[in-house]
Design a protein around this ligand. Sequence first.
Ligand code: RIB
Ligand code: CA
Length: 347
Amino acid sequence: MIMKKSIIFLTALSLTVCMFAGCKAAEANGKTESEKHRVIIDTDTGSDDAAALLIAAKSENLDILGVTVLYGNVPLKQSADNAIMTLETGGCSAPVYIGTEKPLFKEREEMISVHGQDGMGDQDLIHPNGKPQEKPAVDYILDTVKENPGEIEIICLGPLTNIAMAVQKDPDTMKKVKRLWIMGTTGFGPGNATPVAEFNVYNDAEAYDTVLRSGVPATIVGLDCQNETSGLSDEDLSKMAKGNEMGRYESKALTKLTQIYRKLGQNTGLPDALAMAAIAWPEYVKETKKCYGTACINNDAAYGQVIFYVEGNVYESMPETGEYNLEVVSKTDDQLFKKKFLKLMTE
Ligand code: RIB
Ligand code: CA
C-alpha cells in the first residue's frame, strides 16, 4: 500500500511540477521559451523600424535578447534614443547596445530624412527613461552568438555595418549565427536611394557585400515587398491614432514618412515592419526564391545595387560560387499583414 501511495504522490508531484513549468511558459503566450526565435534586432530606428520593434515587442514567437543600433535614418545617438523610447512604449525591457556611427570605409552621407529630423515624425515623441548598455554592439553580438552557437537569429533593419564589423572581427563566430532576417535590397524591383539601390544597402554596399559573402544563411525582404495593400492609408492611420498607446505613438511617428508617400500618391510603406512580419508572423511569407547575391561596390552609377542569381536559372555569366544561401521573399500575404498590424495597434 505504501508503495502505491508513493507512486501516486510522485506522479501528482511530477504533474504539478510539469504543469507549473508549462503554466509559466503558457503565461508567456503559449510558446515555450525553447520554441521561440531567440533574436537580436539591429536597427537605424526610423519610423518604420519603430513599427517593426513594436511588432517584435508583442510577438509570442520572438525572445528579444537585445537591440543594437547604428546610423542610417538618423545619426547614432538619435537611433539609440528612438529605439529605447519605442521599446518602452511596447513594454519591452530588452537592452540596447550602441553600434557604429558611420559606414565601413566612407563618411556617412547626409540624405533626405524621410522620417523627419528625429526619425520619428518630429512630433516630440522621444523622451526615453532608459539608457544604452556600456558594451559595444559588435562585442555584444559576438559574445551572444559565441555563447549560443546555432541559436541566435539577427533581424537587420538598417545598413549592415554592425553585422559586417562583427564578420570582419570574428568570421568563425558569425558563421554560428542561425539566420539573418534582412530588410534590404530592392528585391526584384526598383530602388529608393537610386533607381537600382535600396537605402540600407546604398548607405554601405561594402558592408552588404561582406555579409552576403560571409555564407550566413539569410532571408531577405526587399523593397518590392511593400505595396498598396500592406501600406497604411489615411483611414488606417486614423484608426491607429484612436487606438492603444502603441497605435497613437506609431501614427504620430509616421507623420513625415506619410507626407512623402502621399506626394507619390501612395499608402505609407513600412518595409522594416514587413521584414519583422516575415519572422514574427511566418504565414505572411508565401514564397521565397533561393538566390546567390552580390552587391555592386565599384561602379558609381550602380553603387548599392544587389544582383540576385536565382537558383535554377542559367545565366551566360554564372556567379563564382554555388552558395545559394539567400531566401529572397517573392510572394506575401499583404492583407494578413495589415489585419495583424492594425489589430496590434488598436486592441
Ligand atoms: O529602404 C528602406 C529602409 O531604409 C528601411 O529600413 C528604412 O527604415 C530605412 O532604414
Ligand atoms: Ca530601417
